[in-house]
Design a protein around this ligand. Structure first.
Ligand code: ITT
Length: 201
């Protein structure tokens, strides 16, 4: 079976990605396979740049095709922050949530979106990046303990529960990550079918 490296150190993210790709004929290799895998700095100004840096680093280190997910929560009233800084916004999930709610105190505009960009790297080059978004609002208080990160304060449009309250099955159908993964899978399937058409490979 073909192998691909999932270039993430976030185990909750990795679990979601593995579930979303469970039907694909590909073995997802985690970074835990590589004991000396170096810390990869995220120096980009966009989700696309950071996802590409992470995917390329893993592809070069392992010599296997690799993909990475760079994601975050963009809050309208905060000029789309924390955005690409979501993981570094504070030192743990509880502190990140508390800081965000404090920044939004008294703010009527609670609109926000989760963004996920997946980059695929092969032979030292980025093949393509794929973006998924889910729009919604930030609640006044955290609700639920499912998921990870900012899930307890994000309520997607069309639902009256946060990602922290919704089941993994629901989140994994409508999330930013689900949408980016679907775009990536559609692209790879299209490329493979055109490869079959063109070269019978
Ligand atoms: P890797 O870079 O190793 O993949 P990371 O957690 O540092 O792990 P990011 O740099 O992409 O990943 O930061 C994403 C952060 O955005 C993540 O740590 C959460 O705080 C938040 N986030 C992303 N997707 C989320 C989701 O589905 N639910 C809740 N929070 C999410």
């Amino acid at each position: 079976m073909a192998q691909i490296v999932a270039a993430t150190n976030n185990l909750k993210k990795l679990t979601e990605l593995r579930k979303m790709l469970a039907d694909q004929e590909v073995e997802i290799i985690g970074l835990d396979r590589y004991k000396n895998y170096p810390e990869v700095e995220e120096t980009g100004a966009t989700f696309e740049e950071n996802a590409s840096q992470k995917a390329l680093a893993a592809n070069r280190y392992t010599d296997l095709p690799a993909f990475a997910d760079d994601s975050g929560l963009c809050v309208e009233a905060l000029g789309d922050e924390p955005g690409i800084h979501s993981a570094r916004y504070a030192e743990n999930d509880a502190a990140r949530i508390a800081k965000l709610l404090a920044a939004l105190q008294g703010q009527d505009n609670r609109r926000a979106k989760f963004v996920c960009v997946i980059a695929i790297a092969f032979n030292g080059e980025i093949i393509e990046t794929f973006r998924g978004e889910v729009h919604g609002v930030i609640t006044d208080v955290p609700r639920g303990s499912n998921g990870f990160g900012y899930d307890p304060i994000f309520m997607p449009d069309g639902y009256d529960r946060t990602f922290g309250e919704l089941t993994a099955e629901v989140k994994d159908k409508i999330s930013h990550r689900a949408r980016a993964v679907k775009a990536a899978v559609d692209f790879v399937e299209d490329e493979m079918s055109s490869c079959f058409d063109d070269f019978g490979c």
